[in-house]
Design a binder for this molecule. Structure first.
Ligand SMILES: Nc1ncnc2c1ncn2[C@@H]1O[C@H](COP(=O)(O)OP(=O)(O)O)[C@@H](O)[C@H]1O
Ligand SMILES: [Mg+2]
Length: 510
């Protein structure tokens, strides 16, 4: 068993982009009938390595063997002819076409026989346990269904070495379970499956083996049955990391934000928030869960005055007990009351930071708004910038380096740090750890807890349910712009939250 010829062997692979060494002398292999996880922090070179296997890039040096024979892979087509298919993070489907049309797109032989093609798609779905209607149009599909189309597409092309790049990032826990069932069926069918992920519990659940990359280097290969989340993290990060989020009991929580009957429409008239009511308390972290686009963004924007409200009320109650309606108020006035918003968008420079300005000036953008007359005092922002740099370990050549020259994770720390530095009484955060490495993510969780212990009402919109479940005192679940339920963070579980994300009030929980 151990001496079989591997399905794929990559040896001594190096790939550079300009001065960035994305992969350095990396060697990995995978057997048929095996599920391999490729684990590493953001930027460790996982996608690049797999892009070389799937023909997107060519290595600068190194060799690739398929079934013991050296091959040259110069295009995705070459890869597919060797049975290698990759499902990328961003799907490239044509919205107005149905599943089958997308699946056969680019294949000459099937163009005129849609029926036969649909039949084969059905066959593949049955064989591996996909839930897919071949006639459904892509614009009608959930993200998970679109992903299914992409997977069936490579299976249709007879791929038996499958690579999935962070496939669960966009899925609910239930959808992830279904995907894992499919992957297990592929394994039974003797396919080789490589799954890129940075979620440790998923590595342990789905894969036989895990290969760990750090900063472009191969660090080691472990049998998942013989390792732990702690060991994998330490290898991934390069030193020991404490992996628990502490959750202090809220001290004297009192209402800080009261939302009642809040209804918000998009510019196009679509209902984004539908009769939303809840209270956020001081000294508490209220987590907001939901599949993407369930109204999270609109909710935070409505509270901070950036989103027009159709009906309902939002009241802010100051630490002194004074109640003020925020409806119709200017965003700057809301900030001055003590409500801070830090929203980390997919493009981190798109939001609130000026790339050409340095950290100090970016801090000033925020404190300056508090308005202290005509003359700007740079002393305070500089101190703030220094504090944010020290506390969050922002890696920058200096406080005067333009923010645009910092790496993504560091830009983000500046963004979150700046809002916290403004000493708010309500802190609204969305996707605060998006793209951050493990160390920085835990630094952010610590900061959230500190804010909470200082009496701040923290509203935390997060993507990672495991984290929400450990960090939040209460979890408000949004489903299609409605409140699906508000749960006690200490008493609920992932399946309950997941089921409430897709069905109002929750459906089949596991
Ligand atoms: N096309 C590219 N051009 C320049 N740099 C790139 C390109 N693709 C990846 N990189 C760099 O290579 C490194 C590894 O990236 P990647 O393979 O995407 O990491 P991962 O998938 O592990 O997050 C990163 O520093 C990234 O910025
Ligand atoms: Mg990647």
């Amino acid at each position: 068993m151990e001496n079989r010829v591997p399905a794929v062997r990559m040896s001594g692979i190096t790939k550079t982009f300009g001065s960035v060494v994305a992969n350095h002398d990396v060697s990995i292999e995978i057997q048929r009938g095996e599920i391999l996880s490729l684990l590493g922090e953001n930027g460790s070179g996982k996608t690049t390595l797999m892009n070389m296997l799937s023909g997107i890039y060519c290595p600068d040096s190194g060799q690739i063997e398929v079934d013991g024979k050296e091959v040259s892979i110069r295009s995705p087509k070459d890869a597919l002819s060797l049975g290698i298919g990759m499902i990328h993070q961003h799907y490239k489907l044509v919205d107005v076409m149905n599943a089958t049309q997308n699946i056969i797109l680019g294949l000459k032989e099937d163009k005129y026989d849609l029926k036969a093609a649909s039949g084969r798609v059905r066959e593949i779905c049955e064989r591996y346990g996909f839930d897919l209607n071949p006639e459904q149009k892509v614009y009608d599909m959930t993200v998970s269904q679109k992903q299914t189309v992409e997977i069936v597409k490579v299976l249709y092309r007879k791929a038996d070495i499958l690579i999935l790049d962070e496939p669960t990032a966009v899925l609910t826990p239930q959808e992830t379970e279904k995907l894992f069932d499919v992957l297990r069926n592929m394994k039974k069918d003797n396919k080789a499956v490589i799954i890129i992920t940075h979620k440790l519990n998923e590595v342990l659940e789905i894969s036989d083996r895990v290969d760990i990359l750090r900063a472009g280097e191969f660090i080691g290969s472990l049998k998942t049955s013989e390792t732990t989340a702690q060991e994998m993290t330490d290898m991934m990060v390069g030193h020991a990391v404490a992996l628990n989020i502490h959750r202090p009991e809220p001290k004297n929580p009192v209402p800080r934000i009261k939302v009642s009957g809040l209804t918000v429409r998009s510019e196009e008239g679509l209902l984004k928030l539908d009769d939303v009511s809840f209270t956020a308390n001081s000294g508490e972290i209220l987590g907001i869960a939901g599949i993407s686009n369930s109204g999270q963004k609109e909710l935070l924007e409505a509270i901070s005055g950036l989103q027009p409200v159709e009906s309902g009320d939002i009241t802010y109650i100051s630490p002194e007990g004074q109640a003020t309606s925020l409806i119709g108020k200017d965003p700057l006035d809301i900030q001055r009351l003590g409500v801070a918003l830090s929203f980390v968008p997919e493009d981190r420079l798109g939001m609130g930071l000026v790339g050409n300005m340095d950290m100090t000036d970016n801090m000033m953008l925020r404190t300056f708004r508090k308005g202290r007359g005509l003359f700007v005092d740079r002393g305070t922002p500089k101190g703030t910038a220094q504090k944010v740099k020290d506390r969050l370990e922002v890696v920058t050549p200096g406080l005067s380096t333009p923010v645009r020259r910092l790496s993504g994770g560091n830009v983000q720390k500046v963004l979150v740090g700046r809002e916290i530095a403004s000493a708010p009484s309500v802190l609204l955060t969305a996707y605060a750890v998006r793209g951050l490495d493990i160390n920085s993510s835990y630094a952010i969780y610590d900061l959230m807890n500190q804010q909470k212990e200082n009496g701040v009402a923290v509203i935390y919109v997060g993507e990672d349910l495991d984290v929400l479940l450990e960090l939040a005192d209460r979890i408000l679940v949004l489903c299609g712009g409605k409140v699906s339920g508000i749960l006690d963070g200490r008493k609920t579980n992932k399946y309950q939250v997941g089921s409430m994300m897709t069905t109002l009030g929750g459906g089949e929980a596991k």
